[in-house]
Design a protein around this ligand. Structure first.
Ligand code: SF4
Length: 689
């Protein structure tokens, strides 16, 4: 029997746990004393490991490489040599025929780790010579990265998860932490117990609303109008910090001009929130000695998400709630390593450490370190995940190498995504389960899972944490970075790494933000938040100390923009708004948690559609009855969950099931900057079966 230290692979809270192992089987998970979780775990942390013991509940593990030699043919088991040779040959042919930009690559925000993501973006840039590399941040917190980089200089949470409970006011906007990050929800509860005021902005009466001092039950799809009204109140009621704004920010006059049409009284009809509530919320927020804004997908999965993120950051700037402990802005990352995937440059516009691909000196630095001619480096930002289906249909993207993601379940408008896949010449999937995307692959490269390899994750608060290998894999699988290295070598770029640490040290040498985060230091300190530029630097608990922002002017950038209505509005045929949400017991496309006995028991049938009692009555739908949910793009079966917690005019479905898959219904209206789809808003109809 042994105990192996690990980090939970299921959300950005980054809870530490111990896997108890006997005879190469996991026996149980125990909570460990991590800085974010302090000996606590949620259900997924306690019960999310038994797929590693091959319980074969739903989906078989991928056990050996496979190739589909002909479109429409069967997947054939092959040797690793054949899989690598064939994949390298096909990618090489496509690159030669159509150019490097015809190949898309996707890193993984899940259990693979930072080292693997570093190697994946290196493969794209140094071997394929393209910046076509992206990750699932594109469909979740991409707008947070883009919006915060512009307003404050860094796209990450300004403070830390542990800091939340010390804040005296929490503005929780479009963020259902009880379901998405249960351990973060406990911090919110503790803040409340410590005397914090809690303001929730959410159309549903989510768990946090039950402990809130104020719940602003906003209409779906009007975040920008509410955030502008908040700004209006801060200025009109003179609640903002004049000295802070004048010393540390730019743009107050333009901001004032933008928000002047958003008096709370003027936007009541849009937002559904009374002017008095809007005013009271800002009086509370501005009066608090320390205040933190937290948000989730309820902000970012809209066609105007980047603007809203910038607007939220502006509220913090107006009130001086940055650059010290217990304040700040908190985009709480969903998947366990989505922060890390971004840190490692699995982004089409940035190398590891957020260094721009358009900067010639940066390109030269990486080219020199990687031993390639700088002229071969792509000097333009690459393709975003959400653009791939469109570009495939236009014949501009021909191949997609996907590691640890399942776009054929998790992307918006699955009909469009399927059409895009059908237009591709070559699809490579590197994963641990036979996901929907793996079923469509031409080549399957089976990888080790979390638990079968070690590495480094970054949790949502910029904290690097090491996790260890617990068991030997039972199948003919390889570590993700080993597979990529074999492909690179086969394609003529020798890539030979000894272990994770060698990759990590190569990355550190190239990234000033992370240089001081050594394996040894992580072993000693447990959790190190970037920036950590030198070997004796302890890491940075909060950003912007001294109110020095990492923008070109060194000052925070105030921003407001006119509210834009969502792209598709309800009408007589589709009278309800559909918003996609998460359920607490499952993770992402459910391939891991759906194969864990306890979690599968907790939720063992395809999702639900939550609906308000009045809407249900009007449509003749009874609680727990099967219903059709239809939109302009498709229809699916689900089960009605009639609840007073749901606002009238909207319904909610989880995206984690392939039967009743709500992404058959969603649409891909993309934010113009981040290209994140508007999965939180489309028009649907419900009918009883
Ligand atoms: Fe895992 Fe997140 Fe639950 Fe912590 S809160 S145990 S990281 S799923």
């Amino acid at each position: 029997m042994k105990k192996v230290t690990s980090v939970c692979p299921y959300c950005g809270a980054g809870c530490k746990l111990n896997l108890v192992v006997n005879s190469n089987k996991i026996i149980r998970a125990e909570a460990a004393d991590g800085i974010t979780n302090q000996n606590q775990l949620c259900l997924k942390g306690y019960y999310g490991w038994d797929f590693l013991n091959d319980t074969r509940l739903l989906t078989p593990r991928l056990r050996q490489p496979m190739i589909r030699y002909q479109k429409g043919g069967k997947l054939t088991p092959v040797t690793w040599d054949e899989a690598i040779r064939y994949t390298a040959k096909r990618l090489g042919e496509i690159k030669a025929a159509y150019g490097p930009r015809a190949i898309m690559t996707t890193g993984s925000s899940r259990g693979t780790g930072n080292e693997t993501n570093y190697v994946m973006q290196k493969f794209a840039r140094a071997v394929l010579h393209t910046n076509n590399v992206d990750c699932c941040a594109r469909v979740c917190h991409g707008p947070s990265v883009a919006g915060l980089q512009e307003t404050l200089g860094n796209g990450a949470m300004s403070n830390s998860i542990a800091d939340i409970e010390h804040s005296k006011c929490l503005l929780v906007f479009g963020y259902n932490c009880a379901d998405s990050h249960p351990i973060v929800a406990r911090r919110v509860l503790r803040a409340k117990q410590n005397g914090a005021k809690v303001i929730v902005c959410d159309p549903r009466r989510i768990e946090t609303a039950r402990i809130a001092d104020q719940h602003l039950q906003i209409n779906n799809g009007c975040n920008m109008a509410l955030v502008n009204a908040f700004g209006y109140v801060l200025l009109e009621e003179d609640l903002y910090d004049h000295e802070y704004v004048s010393r540390y920010t730019d743009g107050i006059e333009a901001y004032r001009e933008q928000v002047k049409a958003y008096a709370p009284e003027a936007v009541e009809a849009i937002t559904g929130v009374s002017a008095q509530s809007i005013r009271q919320a800002m009086r509370t927020y501005a009066a608090a000695p320390s205040a933190t804004i937290m948000w989730g997908m309820g902000v970012t999965q809209f066609g105007q998400a980047v603007d809203v993120v910038k607007g939220l950051a502006s509220l913090a700037l107006l009130t001086g709630n940055l650059g010290r402990a217990h304040v700040g802005v908190g985009p709480v990352r969903g998947q366990n390593n989505v922060q890390g995937a971004c840190d490692m440059g699995v982004l089409p516009n940035q190398f590891p450490g957020y260094q721009p691909v358009t900067d010639a000196a940066v390109r030269e630095k990486f080219a020199h370190a990687w031993g390639i001619d700088p002229a071969l480096m792509d000097d333009q930002p690459g393709v975003r995940i959400t653009e791939v289906p469109h570009l495939a249909l236009e014949g501009k993207v021909k191949a997609w190498y996907i590691m640890g993601e399942d776009p054929l379940q998790t992307e918006a408008d699955l009909g469009l995504v399927r059409a895009g896949f059908e237009a591709l010449d070559f699809v490579v999937v590197q994963d641990i389960f036979m996901t929907k995307t793996a079923e469509a692959a031409d080549v399957i490269l089976p990888a080790t899972s979390w638990g079968e390899h070690g590495g480094v994750f970054t949790c949502a608060d910029r904290g690097f944490q090491r996790f260890e290998k617990a068991i030997e894999p039972s199948y003919n699988v390889k570590r993700d970075w080993e597979i990529i290295s074999l492909l690179a070598t086969e394609m003529g770029y020798p890539m030979h790494y000894r272990d994770n640490q060698q990759i990590w040290d190569e990355m550190r040498e190239l990234c000033p933000l992370f240089f001081g985060v050594t394996y040894q230091k992580m072993g000693e300190m447990g959790h190190i938040q970037w920036p950590c530029p030198t070997l004796d630097h302890p890491g940075t608990a909060y950003l912007y100390e001294g109110n020095q922002f990492d923008t070109p002017s060194g000052r925070g950038q105030l921003f407001a923009a006119p509210w834009r209505a969502p792209a598709e509005r309800p009408d007589a045929e589709y009278p309800l708004v559909l918003c996609t949400v998460r359920e607490v017991g499952h993770y992402s496309c459910r391939s891991m948690t759906g194969n864990c006995a306890a979690l599968q028991t907790l939720a063992d049938e395809p999702g639900f559609v939550q609906i308000n009692p009045q809407d249900a009555q009007q449509l003749g739908i009874r609680d727990r009855a099967l219903v059709w949910v239809s939109s302009r793009r498709g229809r699916v079966i689900s089960r009605a969950d009639v609840s007073e917690r749901i606002n009238q005019g909207a319904v909610y479905m989880t995206y984690q099931w392939w039967i009743g898959a709500c992404n058959e219904l969603t649409q891909d209206n993309l934010d113009p900057v981040s290209k994140t789809p508007e999965t939180k808003y489309c028009a649907v109809n419900l009918s009883a079966i």
